[in-house]
Design a protein around this ligand. Structure first.
Ligand SMILES: [Zn+2]
Ligand SMILES: [Zn+2]
Length: 670
């Protein structure tokens, strides 16, 4: 009699377990293959993780699988191990990590879309005119050499200011790796979708004979399937993507590059709350390959690793274009130069000068909308969101008040809803208000605003950036969106008009984020060679605290000094990277219920080197009618924290409590 064969399968369900199914077909499936099966009343696709001959469940009670996905090559053991690591580290079931990392079309019960994608993949590449690599300067040369010469795993921190030529180092290191091994694949991550087209062109022109796949969340499902399959089947030699690409199946992966490694977008903020940068390090170590982390303002975690020798620091000290110099940073003291409508006279004079010379200026303000709140002077009423503990933001052109947290929209009231006063006024300013004011000041100027509101339509962000590149804009106003990656050749003035708010945030990372944002936005100025007789580019910072150490380091372009100060403070205060943290968050219709659950969690037994803090309401306590609280857990030992979390979560899952909760390991925000 033939013994039964049993497949161990994981599924995309919150149940922390592996399911046994029976196999009675001819050829025995392999681990890594996908299979269609019945789960409850649904048809689902699962991933086979093992084949065995015995089960704890009597064989006659096991269901058979329906069909194995023969047209989909199995994923590698390494890939399953990567998902298993992410599942363990971020405390989620394996199935919830592995299956969502596969395009929907590959795990649908019908295979029509998958077959179509496979057919499309067989088509030949379009011919491309190749670009020639420029000569590297000495520092770039050394960096490329060190990256490609290292044997096996090596984490490299490529530290260099904007314009120092990090991209060229990536390209030439990639070129070596691809030339060395005809199957080699390289994974390149960028923090944002709108940075992919620019780098895609660079990569495709440099490597015209190579399939460059892209993976990000903005792609249509069919397109994503084709690109994912190209990586999975080894056809794409370069895979360019945002954070989700770190979980792509890349069987011959030989190098990982993470551009702007400090960027907060590498951290997923819902579901599996993973850090793509941290997974990249793990994946490189697992595969024994190099990883390159590039930044002008590295995360303090990476900087600390470079200081202690865990990572190799590769510095690019100069801007690659010889005559390009770093912009001069000037602090405008708001107590001396009093602003009108948010703009100081020094700033207005500088804008005027740029317009006369036909050069471009950028006004940076990380707050969209017209004004963050409207208020009544008579009774103190303010426009609050009824569903969140936040204000409704005035969007004047649309005549709406909008909540930036839950998207609630209401019409602007004609008078104060509380006392009837007709004179209600906007307080503070957002990008729209600055735009309006600048138009009054400079009626002839061509002014363009780039923020999430002005670029809602697909392709409109690219359009807006193109008009700036073509020189059709005199003054650009923008949020964070304009700070990253864009190289504006004729831009010689950058002004941050209200950066101070971040100095006194309760989140200990706010200063680190502010410094890197300002460095990055400053880097937009004068990246190309200065025109003959032109002034060096200038960065103006309007502040009430010109003596603040953060601004002093910024003025000197001295990231190492800033990092040293911050790390010292963090060490004294016992904050990451010197301790390891996890955040348990709970939400309910009443804050009390969320706090009760967290109090229950806090009193569960914990070993002595685990510190459980007291539960507190979150700073944005109410969100879309849910009331939220959080509980911080810390330890100076990462393994001890991991071991504790595993047991702790089991007890929380078993508890009868009805609140919604989640856990974030290495929380990005406190
Ligand atoms: Zn009132
Ligand atoms: Zn709201």
């Amino acid at each position: 009699m033939q013994s039964e064969r049993i497949l161990e399968i994981v599924l995309d369900t919150p149940l922390e377990r592996i399911f046994d199914y029976k196999w009675s077909g001819e050829t025995l499936p392999k681990p890594g293959q996908f299979t269609l099966l019945n789960f409850g009343r649904r048809e689902m696709v699962g991933l086979i993780v093992a084949v065995k001959y015995e089960s704890d469940v009597p064989v006659e009670k096991l269901k058979p699988v329906i069909a194995v996905r023969e047209q989909l090559n199995p994923v590698s053991r390494h890939w399953i191990e990567l998902c298993q690591f992410a599942a363990d580290y971020y405390q989620r079931p394996l199935g919830e990590v592995a299956l969502p990392a596969i395009p929907k079309n590959c795990r649908a019960s019908k295979t029509t879309a998958l077959d179509k994608a496979l057919k499309k993949l067989a088509q030949p590449l379009k011919p491309i005119v190749p670009s020639t690599p420029p000569r590297l300067n000495d520092a770039q040369q050394t960096a490329v050499h060190k990256i490609v010469q290292a044997k096996g795993y090596a984490a490299n921190l490529l530290y260099g200011v904007t314009g120092s030529g990090k991209t060229e180092v990536y390209l030439q290191a990639a070129s070596e790796i691809l030339a060395r091994d005809s199957l080699a694949q390289i994974l390149v991550l960028v923090p944002e979708i709108n940075l992919t087209p620019q780098l895609f062109d660079h990569l495709q022109n440099r490597f015209p004979e190579v399939f460059v796949a892209t993976l990000h969340s903005g792609m249509a499902e069919g397109e994503r399937t084709v690109n994912w399959l190209a990586a999975h089947l080894g056809k794409a030699r370069i895979i360019l993507g945002t954070r989700l690409a770190i979980l792509a199946s890349v069987p011959n992966l030989k190098m990982i590059i993470i551009d702007e490694e400090h960027d907060a977008s590498y951290k997923q903020q819902e579901g599996l709350r993973y850090s793509a940068r941290d997974l990249a390090i793990w994946r490189a170590r697992q595969l024994d390959i190099p990883v390159v982390l590039g930044s002008a303002t590295p995360s303090l975690e990476s900087w600390q690793h470079a200081n202690t020798g865990r990572y190799t620091k590769l510095s690019l000290p100069n801007r690659a274009v010889d005559s390009a110099v770093l912009p001069a940073v000037q602090l405008i003291d708001l107590s001396k130069d009093k602003p009108q409508d948010g703009l100081t006279s020094s700033l207005i004079a500088a804008l005027k000068l740029r317009m006369e010379k036909g050069e471009q200026s950028l006004i940076y303000l990380n707050r969209r909308g017209y004004a963050p709140v409207i208020a009544c002077d008579a009774c103190g009423w303010m426009s609050s969101c009824t569903r969140c503990s936040a204000f409704l933001v005035l969007h004047k052109q649309e005549y709406k008040l909008r909540c930036h947290h839950c998207s609630l929209e209401v019409r602007i009231p004609k008078s104060c809803p509380t006392c009837g006063n007709a004179d209600i006024q906007p307080l503070g300013r957002g990008t729209q208000r600055v735009e309006e004011h600048l138009q009054l000041l400079f009626p002839q100027a061509r002014i363009r605003r780039i923020d999430a509101d002005s670029t809602r339509l697909k392709g409109s962000a690219q359009d807006a950036f193109d008009t700036v590149h073509r020189g059709e804009v005199d003054i650009l106003i923008g949020t964070q969106m304009v700070a990253k990656g864009h190289d504006f050749k004729n831009l010689t003035l950058v002004a941050a008009i209200n950066p101070d708010t971040a100095l006194f945030s309760q989140d200990y990372r706010a200063g680190e984020r502010l410094f890197s944002q300002l460095m990055q936005v400053a880097g937009r100025a004068g990246r190309a060679a200065q025109k003959e007789g032109g002034n060096a580019s200038k960065v103006l910072i309007q502040t009430r605290y010109p003596q603040h150490p953060l601004y002093k380091s910024l003025k000197m372009h001295d990231y190492p000094k800033f990092a040293k100060d911050c790390l010292q403070e963090r060490q004294q205060a016992g904050l990451p990277p010197f301790v390891f943290q996890a955040m348990l968050r709970a939400e309910a219709n009443e804050l009390q219920k969320a706090l009760e659950f967290l109090n229950y969690a806090a009193q569960l037994p914990a070993p002595e080197h685990i510190i459980i803090h007291s539960p507190i309401p979150m700073s944005l306590m109410k969100l879309a009618n849910s009331e939220r609280a959080q509980l911080l857990v810390e330890s100076s030992s990462r393994p001890a924290l991991q071991a504790f979390l595993k047991e702790w979560l089991q007890q929380l899952r078993d508890s009868k409590n009805r609140v919604k909760w989640n856990l974030e390991v290495d929380p990005a925000e406190i």
